[in-house]
Ligand binder design. Structure first.
Ligand code: ARG
Length: 456
């Protein structure tokens, strides 16, 4: 009989049920962490005298060989899941002692341990990728402190900003993402090993020892909770979703900016794609894919919440469904971060002339007119109303604020002087927004210095 469970069963599984039940098709990626968890467990069993020191050593060695086989691509993936496949191979390699490995352990605490180890690594690698993306963004920002770009609200031009300031907004989002992952990592990094199937074990195990060997910060306090808790998965999916929200918003801007309507960036050939029919096309497929993949990860978050919602304690097979969700989320996140990093490294070129025209040829300096009057002592609300009349005049006569004559200015208010022209240049408008966290060049340089420390 091929199935590993007890003699209670007389007949083998129906092949359809066998296939339905199995997770080996996707959970083999857990093998490296599964082996590490088993090695820690074997060491603990020996240290506690539950098996002999020699048996412990044989198990640890056999498991090391399995790790090698996996890396070389020769590991025979047979059985219901990765845990059975490893145990079976171990018994082939080291003989009957292999059958002692599962003493005082269940696949329920085993798989929870694996998943936490896997996610801990994934969190570290995603955090590093975020840092890498931040570094690249930082470099682009540092080159563009004095490049101006229209700032928008409601997708209507509002006030020009430093391009570096705009890019550093994303830097901040990724900084929070790293912090969030760091906080979640603490709750991931707790050991369920030793919870057994649900109730603990009769053997004199040492959970703190295995936790320490595996680099966990502590042990899950309640055995029922240890095997059925997947909060940490939901938390990770939430953090992943937010990272993708940020990447997706960034993607949307890149797509808009590269449209002919905006024309703020151009794509380098290495990062854009063509059309099979329209020879002139150059498409921003990368940000579109990132935007699309975001929906897929939101779906995973929703799926995980729904899977958990009605589960009674403790382990239920429903929980096997967490694997593909986690693996796909990690891969999607890593792929999106890698692609976006390349995009910012070499994929786009800012069209500086076009940007200069965009900030200089509209009425987005109207706030500066109101501020000018307010600085001269006119109450801001009044200054705002007067500027509204001036804007209306410009719109009706098809002119820009900078084109009004001094006489025209003074017809609207006697406090306008010749210095109004200087006050309403886009450069002045940006430079003078020097309040803490604003787009003023001095503020942006301070922000860049701070940011450098955060991604260094
Ligand atoms: N493949 C299973 C999973 O991913 C391992 C745990 C199975 N435990 C059990 N009692 N059936 O959840």
């Amino acid at each position: 009989m091929s199935q590993p469970w007890s003699r209670r069963f007389d007949s083998p599984l129906h092949p359809v049920i066998d296939g339905f039940n199995a997770s080996i098709g996707f959970d083999l990626v857990l093998l490296p962490v599964d082996v590490r968890g088993s090695q820690a467990h074997a060491r603990m069993l020996a240290r506690q005298g539950i098996i002999t020191a020699q048996e412990g050593e044989q198990l640890v060695q056999g498991l090391a060989q399995i790790q090698q086989e996996y890396q070389q691509g020769t590991f025979p993936a047979q059985g219901e899941d990765v845990h059975f496949a490893v145990e079976r191979r171990l018994t082939e390699l080291v003989g009957a002692v292999g059958k002692k490995l599962h003493t005082a352990r269940s696949r329920n605490d085993q798989v929870a341990t694996d998943l936490r180890l896997y996610l801990r690594e994934a969190i570290d690698s995603v955090t590093e990728q975020l840092r890498q993306l931040q570094r690249v963004l930082w470099g682009v920002a540092a080159d563009h402190v004095e490049t101006l770009i229209p700032g928008y609200t409601h997708l209507q031009r509002a006030q020009p900003v430093s391009l570096a300031h705009h890019l550093l907004a994303y830097f901040e989002m990724f900084q929070r993402d790293k912090m969030r992952l760091g906080e979640i990592r603490q709750r991931v990094n707790v050991s369920p090993l030793g919870a057994g199937a649900l109730a603990g074990t009769t053997f004199p195990i040492d959970r703190e020892y295995t936790a320490e060997l595996l680099g966990f910060q502590g042990v899950c306090a309640n055995s029922l909770d240890a095997v059925s808790d997947r909060d940490f998965v939901v938390e990770f999916l939430t953090a992943a979703s937010l990272i993708l929200v940020h990447l997706s918003r960034m993607s949307e801007e890149l797509i808009l900016w590269s449209s002919q309507e905006f024309g703020f960036i151009q794509w380098q050939d290495s990062c854009a794609t063509g059309s099979s029919m329209m020879p002139q096309k150059k498409n921003p497929d990368v940000p579109e894919l990132v935007r699309g993949k975001t929906g897929r990860v939101f779906g995973h978050l929703q799926a995980m919440l729904v899977i958990l919602k009605g589960l009674p304690l403790a382990y239920n097979k429903d929980l096997q469904e967490d694997k593909e969700i986690v693996f796909d989320t990690v891969k999607t996140l890593q792929d999106c971060l890698a692609a976006m990093t390349v995009v910012w490294q070499e994929g786009i070129v800012f069209q500086e002339q076009r940007l200069a025209r965009a900030v200089g040829e509209d009425l987005s300096n109207a706030t500066d007119v109101a501020d000018y009057l307010a600085t001269k002592g006119v109450p801001f609300r009044e200054a705002y109303q007067i500027t509204g009349q001036i804007v209306k005049f410009c719109v009706q006569s098809g002119r820009l604020l900078k084109d009004l004559t001094l006489i025209e200015w003074q017809e609207f208010h006697g406090d306008f002087g010749a210095d109004i022209y200087q006050a309403i240049t886009p450069e002045q408008g940006v430079a003078r927004r020097n309040s803490l966290g604003g787009t003023g060049f001095d503020q942006v340089r301070l922000a860049l210095a701070r940011a450098q420390a955060q991604c260094g």
